[in-house]
Design a protein around this ligand. Structure first.
Ligand code: CA
Ligand code: CA
Ligand code: CA
Ligand code: CA
Length: 394
């Protein structure tokens, strides 16, 4: 595959689109409203005449493009209704060839063998048939029948430095298409996390895309153009996305739904971190689940653990068949019940974790708050999102 140039070459146009559409930050912006020029026309010589006509730029709010190297976790969404949370997720990059003599073959790692991104030459996943995108992957949103989407947020992130250094200007935008639909551009609507340290140049961005998912519902979603570097470095490179969808469904239990996000680096300089979700009403023997999104969790590197407890209960160490308790950040996209459809469906994502865990044992005593305690050892990971559903009462 030739080194892609299309999206980077559109950065000037992208910045203008960003300004143009930032007055409506919550919506995915239809590309059809502002067709992009051919990539070949903008190689170092962008002609302003090729650009679509754009609205007046004065007075627009560009706060959505602010950056911060650390973002404390904060609540993004909370609701109490009958229903739950589902999510789709996939990685955007995978291995191409081993770079270390001791590393398993790339094809074996893609089938689930142990391996970490720093031992491979990494290259993009590109599942769509669109030559204008250089990375794209798919995953399924599977809503129960007769559900109404109440909230949907797309998280995406990656590493901008490996064999190449990608500019951060493209961090705040990606493309998304619902099943059978056309790509729409999504612009970050909140501060973008961007941390350049320890040989990594990591970011996470997100946007509310509720109108799109409410309209499109279940099916395979494709997310493209996540700003990720390809190549090889000691830290390795990674990238991926998670679409978190809260829904209302009268046939399901009354639940408290909570979506939190931030950007916290855990490593030898900071080996533990706690996030507390207060104000819950959890009855005894409640059931529930928690989803965790993290970056550069290397499989086989131990010490990545998460425990959860209510304010009155015992700590419960998260774990399941796909996630050992001491290697929770192990490059998996997993959850209880039927596995969601993904294209591709690599069991080892080489640096992207989006896992949903049963937290029922932690909820057994009931309580009014939930505390998640994250631990890490070298080389650690970046924590990006946390979403919880738990039975509740009025
Ligand atoms: Ca493509
Ligand atoms: Ca790594
Ligand atoms: Ca690990
Ligand atoms: Ca995992």
């Amino acid at each position: 595959m030739p080194k892609p140039t299309g999206f980077a070459a559109r950065s000037i146009l992208g910045a203008m689109l960003l300004l143009a559409f930032s007055t409506t930050p919550l919506a995915a912006t239809p590309l059809a409203a502002a067709p992009l020029p051919p990539a070949t026309a903008v190689d170092g010589a962008l002609d302003i005449a090729d650009l679509p006509r754009l609205p007046e730029l004065l007075g627009t709010d560009v706060s959505g493009q602010e950056e911060s190297s650390r973002i404390p976790f904060a609540q993004r969404y909370q609701a109490v209704h009958h229903g739950g949370i589902v999510r789709a997720a996939n990685s955007s990059i995978t291995c191409r060839a081993a770079r270390s003599g001791s590393a398993a073959a790339c094809s074996s790692v893609q089938q689930g063998a142990a391996g970490t991104n720093g031992d491979y030459d990494m290259h993009y996943i590109d599942e769509d048939d669109d030559p204008n995108t250089y990375n794209s992957s798919r995953a399924e949103i599977a809503l129960p029948g007769n559900s109404t989407v109440t909230y949907a947020r797309l998280y995406w992130g990656g590493n901008l430095r490996a064999g190449e250094q990608k500019p951060p200007e493209d961090n705040g935008r990606v493309l998304i298409a619902e099943q059978g639909g056309q790509y729409q551009q999504v612009l970050a609507d909140t501060t973008i996390a961007h941390r350049d340290a320890d040989g990594m140049d990591a970011f996470q961005a997100s946007a509310d895309i509720t109108p799109l998912v409410r309209r499109a519902g279940s099916g395979l979603y494709t997310v493209a153009q996540i700003n990720v570097a390809m190549g090889n470095s000691k830290a390795g490179t990674w990238g991926g996305w998670t679409l978190v969808v809260a829904y209302e469904n009268s046939a399901e239990p009354l639940r408290q739904l909570s979506v939190w996000d931030g950007f916290e680096a855990l490593d030898t300089s900071r080996t533990t971190h706690e996030i507390t979700l207060p104000g819950l009403r959890i009855p005894a023997r409640a059931t529930g689940s928690a989803g965790i999104v993290s970056y550069d969790g290397d499989r086989g590197h131990q010490g990545d653990s998460v425990s959860v407890r209510t304010d009155t209960g015992e700590a419960f160490a998260l774990r399941d068949a796909a996630n050992p308790a001491t290697d929770l950040m192990n490059s998996t996209i997993s959850g209880p019940g039927r596995a969601i459809t993904r294209q591709p469906a690599y069991p080892n994502t080489l640096g992207y974790d989006s896992d949903v865990f049963d937290i029922g044992p932690a909820l057994a005593s009931g309580g009014t708050g939930l505390t998640f305690r994250f631990t890490a050892e070298d080389p650690g990971y970046h924590l990006g999102a946390l979403f919880v559903q738990a039975d509740t009462r009025r």
